[in-house]
Design a protein around this ligand. Structure first.
Ligand code: KIV
Ligand code: ZN
Length: 526
């Protein structure tokens, strides 16, 4: 993108698959990352950060696979400021039509002294060397000064200037620990624009974390001062309290165009489906009152609001639900609906299915439609989860389940599971209640011992045959995994959710040494 066209245009840099994925419980496998990347492309983001190839073999494969299949947006990957990281990232992004290397080094006094054990000039030298080396391969090189918001402004300006001289095309100013406040952050951006020679030739970018709930506010304040790239994630997922929420920053810029005078290329009507898709893929629920994409975002309960809305929607509504693709819970299909209608509906929901996935989903859908009069979007979203992991090994499916519980009896469950490798195993267990007994029987069969951290039952849709939705979180060693299950029988839904979490745990092999949430950080010897 030329610097001219970015004057009133804000570049949306999505880092859901890199910084977002570092959120506990948000790990995704390659097939899931591909689904999310396709949805991000359809959403119209400018840059997709695919991962950190050096962090693990899984990250490397995910970046390579997605880079081979996605066209349109710039595809980016992260590297520390050293040759090995840059070489590995080059390999991972080699097949991308439009690629960007994102190289970073920390600049704040705390990071310099305790993490890097480098003085200011060593940090500058390392950044300059890395950028120069990166430019031998990549035309598009983004430089991030990690913990920039807590760096001395004069030193930050020096690093930025030297990075530009070395060939960086985007300079990113992260608020890595979500420490800054809007007026301070916007002053920093203004300061850099005044004091860094050559800053007008590059894109000035912001990357805010949400530890104080200020990530979106800080990003917007920076845009008002001339930043022209915002780094963000769908649903604001990310380490700790998360990153700047893409949907919020995009809708703020659009709704308050009168104030900011800038635009993005995001197709806002894809925001809600993309948010749902990510939530379904990761199992991380979106809070009901979340701005823009929460279930309550467009609900007006109070009588006075409803009255005003009937007179004129603008009285209490600053965005229209359709502007963000919010459609409520739709009755979409019934048992006479055909394959074509199913494919179209899944596409509207953000899923790109190949012929095999569609065939399998169609069979399941017909079975569900026989059991249930009305099939809603939420029902389809649950069905699809089993089919976006083609060829995955290590996956268990519930075959049969029976359980006895009641007053004066010990709750007991008998469960039969089928593994993708063809094994069918059965076992029984007693528990404190029927759900506990089912979980214990499943643990005995799979041999996976986990700690249940949370368990919640809600109703997915309305109506007398509404499905019960179980969402839970389990912990295995260092990592947490989400699981979801939906069924008209909540014990069955619980078993499905538990298996879903165990299957995610088995699929995602993140070695403990690079387990999220720790980004490998540059060391003095690296
Ligand atoms: O928060 C941060 O500083 C980062 C950088 C690697 C850009 O994620
Ligand atoms: Zn970050």
């Amino acid at each position: 993108m030329s610097t001219e066209s970015v004057k009133d245009r804000v570049i949306i840099f999505d880092t859901t698959l890199r910084d977002g994925e570092q959120s506990p419980g948000a790990s995704m496998n390659v097939a899931q990352k591909l689904q999310v990347a396709l949805a991000l492309r359809d959403l119209g983001v400018d840059v997709i950060e695919l991962g950190f190839p050096v962090a693990s073999q899984g990250d490397f494969e995910a970046v390579t696979t997605v880079a081979e299949r996605i066209e349109g947006p710039i595809l980016c990957a992260l590297a520390r400021a050293n040759r090995e990281d840059i070489d590995r990232t080059w390999e991972a992004l080699r097949s991308a039509a439009r690629r960007r290397l994102h190289v970073f080094i920390a600049t704040s006094p705390l990071h310099r002294e305790y993490k890097l054990k480098m003085n200011q000039q060593e940090v500058v030298r390392r950044a300059v060397e890395a950028i120069g080396y990166a430019r031998e391969r990549f035309e598009d090189v983004q430089f991030s000064a990690e913990d920039a918001a807590r760096t001395e402004p004069e030193f930050l300006a020096e690093v930025a200037e030297r990075a530009i001289e070395a060939g960086a095309t985007t300079i990113n100013i992260p608020d890595t620990v979500g420490y800054t406040v809007p007026s301070q952050y916007s002053s920093l951006i203004a300061y850099l624009r005044r004091h860094v020679r050559g800053i007008e030739r590059v894109v000035l970018s912001v990357h805010c974390h949400n530890d104080l709930g200020l990530a979106v506010a800080n990003s917007l304040a920076a845009v008002a001062e001339g930043a022209r790239q915002v780094e963000c994630t769908i649903n604001g997922i990310g380490e700790r309290a998360g990153n700047c929420a893409l949907e919020e920053v995009v809708m703020a810029l659009r709704t308050r165009h009168d104030f900011f005078g800038v635009r993005t290329a995001v197709r806002t009507e894809r925001l809600y489906p993309t948010s749902r898709l990510l939530s379904n893929v990761t199992g991380l629920q979106v809070q009901r009152n979340k701005a823009v994409v929460g279930q309550n975002a467009f609900a007006h309960e109070a009588g006075i609001h409803q009255h005003g809305m009937l007179m004129h929607p603008g009285t209490y509504e600053i965005m229209r639900p359709e502007d963000v693709g919010f459609s409520g819970s739709h009755l979409v299909l019934g048992k006479h609906s055909g394959r074509h209608v199913l494919r179209q509906r899944m596409k509207d929901l953000g899923y790109q299915l190949d012929a095999t996935q569609l065939d399998k989903l169609f069979e399941e859908f017909k079975r569900l439609a026989d059991r249930k009069k009305e099939v809603f979007d939420a029902d389809l979203e649950v069905l699809i989860q089993g089919y976006i992991n083609p060829g995955e090994s290590s996956s268990w499916k519930l075959e049969t389940l029976s359980c006895v519980s009641g007053v004066g009896t010990v709750p007991t469950a008998s469960v039969c599971l089928e593994h993708t490798d063809g094994r069918k195993l059965r076992d029984a267990a007693c528990g404190d209640g029927p759900v506990d007994a089912v979980f214990k029987a499943i643990e005995r069969i799979t041999g996976q011992q986990v700690r249940l951290c949370s368990y919640q039952v809600t109703s997915v849709t309305d109506g007398e045959d509404a499905q019960g939705h179980v969402s839970l979180e389990v912990e295995t060693g260092l990592q947490r995994f989400q699981g979801r299950g939906v069924n008209t029988d909540i014990i069955t839904a619980s078993a499905q959710a538990f298996l879903d979490a165990l299957n995610r745990a088995a699929r995602i092999t993140v070695p403990a040494s690079v387990s999220k949430p720790v980004i490998p950080s540059i060391s003095a010897s690296a």
